[in-house]
Design a protein around this ligand. Sequence first.
Ligand SMILES: [Zn+2]
Ligand SMILES: [Zn+2]
Length: 135
Amino acid sequence: METTTIKEILIKKGVKPSLHRMKVLEYLMDKKNHPTVDRIYRDISPDIPTLSKTTVYNTLKTFHENSVVQVLTIEENEVRYDADISAHAHFKCNVCGMVYDVEANYSSLPERMVMGHRINETQVFFFGTCKNCLK
Ligand SMILES: [Zn+2]
Ligand SMILES: [Zn+2]
């Protein structure tokens, strides 16, 4: 993904595009692997020696507050991040631990209102064995 595009996305969301922030968003958009803070830090810190795990954590917090990412808490001890903020479900493989995007249709929920409640966030998870582990 082009650096200029990453920068534009951050500016549009009202987030100052620092080098660290651009690198974290680039990683999320390229990998689409729904990583944890640890995973992101492990994968990109070799390229950016000035990066700390706290910076990655704070960056993701800022991203979440500004709707750049959605936060997935599939298991309570594991927080994952997704740069795709559209409504979609997730499938977690019980064998390899990979989290995949799954298409889901929420259009039957009119105006994001259900029985008079207003939905701010939707998290739908499926568990099973992924197609790669089934082979
Ligand atoms: Zn699997
Ligand atoms: Zn996703």
